[in-house]
Design a protein around this ligand. Structure first.
Ligand code: NAD
Length: 355
């Protein structure tokens, strides 16, 4: 038996500039080093103040401020036309996963490089996954052209995130880590990074909830979120991500909050068949029982805990069971029957304690 089993790991090439209060400086550096003369800035109108502060006096060719969740195809097409007309030679995205997602959609067809300045813990900036929505159907794919060449992380930019979104977004990052442990391309590298990321995020969550002014908590969350995204890019989507993808697309549920609700149910379901994963999660949570440890942590920080409160109708449980069942990854440590999945979704819908 091998001490380390053979594996095939892809590392995405990008530069990470991390530093609180340094976003403007780092963005200028990235744009200068790219030799860009005509950047196109993508930042939603609701994130205008953050974008203005980060851009400072950076010259740009054009600014695009229409950002919507799940990147509607027609919006992506409009942004591509604006980029072409302005002769853009670089995309600068400032915002959460929806903003990064729009920049990725432009890069997908234009090949323009992206400098990403994330303002949430979603992590899209560190993956090669793009998503586009057409007629209420979200399509995703992987393409290295959409990987931002530089990511500028500045925890100061997350100060304005509402507390509830801050917590849900950090839970989204935690979900990347936990789900990666049984995801299809999990390997020793993704597992090691997931372990470090979980530790950072578990420490950050109480700070985000109780000390929202603490920069240390926000820095840990951002560091953990970056690692979590690298892990997600490497390991791929496990059962948890398949469930959230279907629910989000079908019922237009808020992304981060959906992840926060579903995560403890997937962990509770898989736990007894995934001893190695459970041991790592238990270490990160500093508990012998990670199922109740995660539940207690999420409860203590006030994370959302029922899909019904996010707007999912109860009839949606049966429909989603049908949609998710064929997508269950073969790598899942426990086989999943229709009954299991319906029960998991029903519990997550009502907010019944995961056990
Ligand atoms: P989001 O980008 O939709 O932002 C949510 C809300 O928070 C918006 O109203 C936004 O204006 C606001 N906001 C963002 N930053 C803020 C700040 N610092 N202060 C105040 N308000 C702020 O949500 P998200 O959770 O960051 O991203 C979700 C999207 O990202 C989903 O579409 C999801 O599919 C995608 N995503 C993609 C990947 C990938 O690898 N491709 C990974 C994770 C998430």
């Amino acid at each position: 038996m091998n001490a380390v089993a053979p594996f095939d790991h892809h590392t995405l090439g990008q530069r990470i500039l991390f530093g609180s209060g340094r976003a403007s400086h780092h963005l200028r550096l990235a744009v200068d080093e790219a030799g860009a003369a005509s950047p196109m800035v993508i930042a939603g109108s609701s994130d205008r103040a953050i974008a203005d502060a980060v851009l400072a006096d950076l010259p740009y060719a054009v600014r695009f401020d229409e950002v919507r969740p799940h990147v509607p195809s027609e919006l992506a097409e409009r942004a591509r036309v604006v980029a072409r007309k302005a002769g853009a030679d670089l995309l600068v995205s400032i915002g959460g996963g929806s903003t990064t997602g729009l920049a990725k959609a432009v890069a997908l067809t234009t090949g323009l490089p992206i400098v990403a300045v994330p303002t949430t813990y979603a992590g899209s900036e560190a993956t090669n996954v793009w998503g586009l929505t057409e007629a209420a159907r979200k399509t995703t794919g992987q393409d290295n052209r959409v990987v931002p060449s530089v990511v500028v992380y500045d925890a100061e930019l997350t100060r304005t995130l509402p507390r509830e979104l801050s917590i849900a977004s950090a839970c989204n990052a935690l979900a990347h880590c936990i789900d990666s442990l049984w995801a299809p391309r999990a390997d020793p590298i993704t597992t090691a990074l997931a372990t470090e990321a979980m530790t950072a995020l578990v420490r950050a969550l109480p700070d985000l909830a109780e000390h929202p002014d603490s920069l240390a908590g926000r820095e840990r969350a951002l560091y953990g979120a970056y690692l979590a995204a690298v892990v997600f890019a490497g390991a791929g989507s496990g059962l948890h991500h398949k469930i959230c993808h279907v629910l989000g697309g079908r019922f237009d549920l808020p992304h981060a909050q959906t992840h926060a609700v579903v995560l403890p149910y997937v962990l509770a379901f898989n736990a007894r068949c995934a001893p190695a994963a459970v041991s790592r999660i238990a270490d990160a949570l500093n508990t012998s029982d990670p199922v109740s440890g995660l539940r207690d942590l999420l409860e203590s920080v006030g994370a959302p805990h029922a899909l019904q409160t996010l707007g999912m109708p109860q009839e949606g449980v049966t429909e989603s069971t049908d949609l998710i069942l064929p997508l269950v990854p073969e790598s899942n440590p426990r086989s999943v029957t229709r009954h299991d999945l319906a029960e998991l979704l029903d519990s997550a819908w009502s907010g019944k304690s995961p056990s």
